[in-house]
Design a protein around this ligand. Sequence first.
Ligand code: GLC
Length: 724
Amino acid sequence: MRTFVSVDALLDEMTLEEKIGQLGIFADMLRPFAPGINPEMNARNASELTEQIRAGRVGSLFNGIGVEQGREAQRVAVEEARLGIPLLFGADVIHGMRTVFPIPLGEAASFEPALAERTARVAAIEATAAGLHWTFAPAVDIARDQRWGRGAEGAGEDPFLGSAFAAARVRGFQGDDLTADDALLATPKHFVGYGAVMGGLDYNSVEIAEGTLRDVHLPPFKAAIDAGALTVMSAFNDINGVPASAHHGLLTGVLRDEWAFRGFVVSDYTADFELIAHGYAEDERDATRVAFNAGLDMSMQSGLYGAHLADLVRSGEVSIETIDASVRRVLEIKRAIGLFDNPYRSLDAGADAALDLDAHAALARDAARRSIVLARNEGDLLPLPRAGTRIALIGPFAQDRDNLEGCWTLFGDKRLHVNLEDGLRAALEDPSSLDVVPGCAFEAAIDGGLDAAVAAARAADVVLLAVGEPQGFSGEAQSRVAITLPPAQQALAEAVAATGTPIVVLLRNGRALALEGAVRDAQAILVTWFLGSQTGLAVADIVFGDANPSARLPVSFPVHSGQQPLFYNRMRTGRPELPDMTEFKARWREGPHAPLYAFGHGLSYTRFDYAATTVDAARLAWDGTLTVSARITNTGPRDGEEVVQLYVHDRVGSRVRPIRELKGFRKITLAAGTSETVSFTLDRHALAFTRADGTFGAEPGRFDVWIAPASDRGEAATFELLAG
Ligand code: GLC
């Protein structure tokens, strides 16, 4: 094995072909990988790939796992290739590896970035034990249109919450020491604006104002990079006509010139090749030129860089200095994670056996519990008694085992999973007091299904109605024209509701849904997202009250599907609806501009009362600070956790400002009958935005400020920001 001296010394020895080899990443055909993730686009096979590695033409592989084969591939690279440059092994480890955690959108409902850091840390431990160095996560796209299926992978509609979770997930994946065997390189994605695709249609164009791009979609990437992320993944969409994967203004202007990002940018899959389909490149060679010169350091899967970069350098259309700069970034990251000192790092045959899967399962159960939102609980129907109650678990998710994980889990160990029936039955004193009836399939009726469901409902004291979206309805290329339940499930809900037996909806969802009829009107609604390995136990913990729900909605739930895009931090408009004036106002014929359940909404088995929001001064000096406080009291029957939220509204701006913006949150635990005063400190930096002249900063004037339980509640205090 060669002795590594320095990146510069290595660069000096590398041929152009060897340099270009570091700028490609291919599906790992040497190790078993998730079927269907790497389509036929990659014609390589294992033996050819080994030859390419030996020839120093392959710098990275992705979506293959397995220590033994990984060690062999690394041995070829390090001991048989001329310069012995170690391979980088990446994969999509989005919300867990063998142990699957809630989908990131569900985990964001916890409003606990520290929890996300812990689950990302465990995912890193399991991923590196499987022979990986790098994950293509966290997805940090801000999703305001729930027709888009990939909101499931992010942290919802708000940039402040999204930034907190982006940073936490990067810290969790990477840990404190990048050279550690269990450190997993993070990749905030998809840079940028992917969540703003028109119509919520995946891969569609994005038409967006500079101010919205900078104030809504860029902040989570900045937070992730500030937290130490060293790679970024580009996006498939175009932004105002320029594809993100060839957007010099963003890939170089923002990432390099404004943010001094020193890591590398990898294409999302074949996004460079897709520049041809976009109509932004004439052919593969042209696509290679425009992508690389815009700042796309590494090409995934397409093979374009290996096929065309050398020729582009020889013709002078791509400079060797730009090549060297990109190769240096890749090599510096391989050095930073210790691969030159220890190329067999994270390729330890014993690591997998050493995993504490019980502890990981316990964390998965806690994360799942803390992600469940109690949206409605009429008459305090929940929690249910564990004994003496006849319960009917009805719906296609009741016994299902294939839709527990949610989208983007390639390596989940299904042997570790607990489904709804298992979890609920295990929690009951008399397991036989649970009747289980599917009632229908996910998208179709089943013979006798409704009759069986109605009979079970009639015989029960309460129905747990397990309905929602199959996991294939969210994730990549899963945009929906209507975010409602499949008709067969709605019919099941109506039939069960007609019996009059009280219903608790256990909603399975990868996005906010437009709840209708008997689902919307059920006595109780638990939003359970996709909770991962420990679904059944976590739901039982909440249903029977062992855990008090503490999650809040990271996305607005609409009244109607047609309200999309719908988000709380919207502009007021010149004709806002007023309580007593709805004519000629910004509302739909079919319903209000407002959501059914607002961003930040969530109930508890206890109750929290908010005293008025107060400010410690009526004026905030330009360089001063202001303290905003409110006293919260647990007036209910049991201890609980409350997500205290801080919102501001800039009343007048050089660009119109959102009616509310989240600027702080804190989850507090309050024993029954106790109170706590929660305070936040504001300064002008918290009030900054991209002003009409394109500069970033606050503007003097009047502000409303709330400490509230949700984005649509609370009484505002006001203050004035004074000019500098
Ligand atoms: C996919 C996704 C991206 C993923 C990549 C590699 O198309 O857009 O999120 O990381 O390809 O699998």
